[in-house]
Design a protein around this ligand. Structure first.
Ligand code: ADP
Ligand code: TRP
Length: 320
């Protein structure tokens, strides 16, 4: 079984990325053949500073290695190092109805949040379909927000197969309902594009400050609170063990326990959870040659895997 997923390199990776996608992807290395890449071409829809994008991509590469992506056991590459994906995207564009793209929630959400409404953003789902279809992926672990993009990928694959002949595997999304959508510090979906993240590798002081600034209601300390309706608890329960999570829920419900205390506990579990990864990250970051070698080797493996499908597609559309 081939499992594939990608993550944008538009900014520091955050705990929504981690729970929604990085951790499932790392775990999937034990049950199939993992293809994992940094979607830096997708990041071009929101980052308009070349140096920043390049730096972010290298940092994200190191982050993922530290978090457990094993470049020996998986194929791990940077999207732009495999130009075949752009060529496939063009073939797919020509069978993709405009109406399909117009229905994309993510496009509408991003434009609503001031991401420029350009053609790259509009066509984003077709590039994503090319990422997935080029490698004949069976399963795609992603966060819930990517569900519609996966449905679009399937529609595009089916349409292509019907038009030209069976070439693409129809992929399936793997979405963890438990994790669903992790809220950001403002209570909306945590996203690099929205500036509301808790970053996995933020320095201690910064992470603490971010956790302390999570938006809550303004109930006083004494008041009983509903755990399920606040962001602090929503994140805490995903990192604390079950007993501790229940304890916090009880304390919130009972009253006499304020959000400030809950935030301090949240910071504690987050810090502890990522401490081992942080140490590994420091070590990897000090071996830049190794990081470059991983990138080179990943691109080679990914290009080799992409070639047969791209050749077949070229023949089918009549440009071979
Ligand atoms: P961002 O929205 O921060 O730019 P990406 O779009 O690069 O993140 O998402 C990378 C992966 O992380 C995707 O699989 C996405 O579903 C997952 N993800 C992103 N934000 C969240 C979130 N708030 N909750 C759960 N999963 C998320
Ligand atoms: N659009 C995805 C996101 O923002 C990132 C991505 C790009 C992706 N190409 C992909 C995810 C292919 C899975 C498969 O999260």
């Amino acid at each position: 079984m081939r499992i594939l997923s990608g993550i944008q390199s538009s900014g520091a990776l955050h705990i929504g990325n981690y729970l929604g996608m990085i951790r499932p992807m790392v775990q999937s290395q034990d049950r199939g053949e993992l293809f994992c890449f940094l979607a830096n071409l997708h990041s071009l829809t929101s980052v308009f500073d070349g140096k920043r994008l390049n730096d972010n991509t290298t940092e994200a590469l190191i982050d993922l290695l530290a978090l457990g992506i094993d470049p020996q056991r998986s194929v791990f590459w940077v999207q732009s190092d495999v130009p075949e994906v752009c060529e496939l995207m063009w073939y797919l564009c020509n069978i993709t109805p405009v109406g399909l793209l117009q229905r994309a929630h993510s496009y509408k959400d991003k434009v609503g949040k001031d991401v420029p409404a350009n053609n790259g953003l509009f066509t984003y789902p077709v590039l994503m379909a090319a990422d997935i279809l080029l490698f004949q992926s069976n399963r795609v672990p992603v966060g819930k927000d990517q569900k519609q993009h996966l449905e679009m990928t399937r529609d595009i694959a089916i349409k292509f197969n019907e038009t030209y002949g069976e070439v693409f595997t129809i992929p399936e999304a793997e979405i963890s309902e438990e994790v669903a959508v992790i809220p950001g510090i403002d209570g909306q979906k945590m996203s690099k594009s929205y500036g509301n993240t808790l970053d996995i590798f933020a320095p201690e002081k910064d992470l603490k400050k971010r956790v302390m600034s999570i938006v809550t209601d303004s109930l006083p300390v004494e008041a009983p609170k509903i755990p399920e309706s606040n962001t602090v608890y929503a994140i805490y329960r995903l990192f604390a063990d079950e007993q501790k999570a229940q304890e916090m829920a009880q304390r919130l419900r009972a009253g006499g326990y304020g959000y400030g205390d809950a935030k301090k506990e949240l910071f504690g579990v987050l810090w502890e959870h990522f401490l081992p990864f942080r140490k590994k990250r420091e070590e990897i970051a000090s071996h830049r040659d190794y990081v470059e070698e991983v990138r080179r080797m990943g691109a080679q493996k990914a290009r080799a895997a992409a070639q047969p499908t791209l050749h077949r597609v070229r023949e089918l559309v009549g440009v071979a």
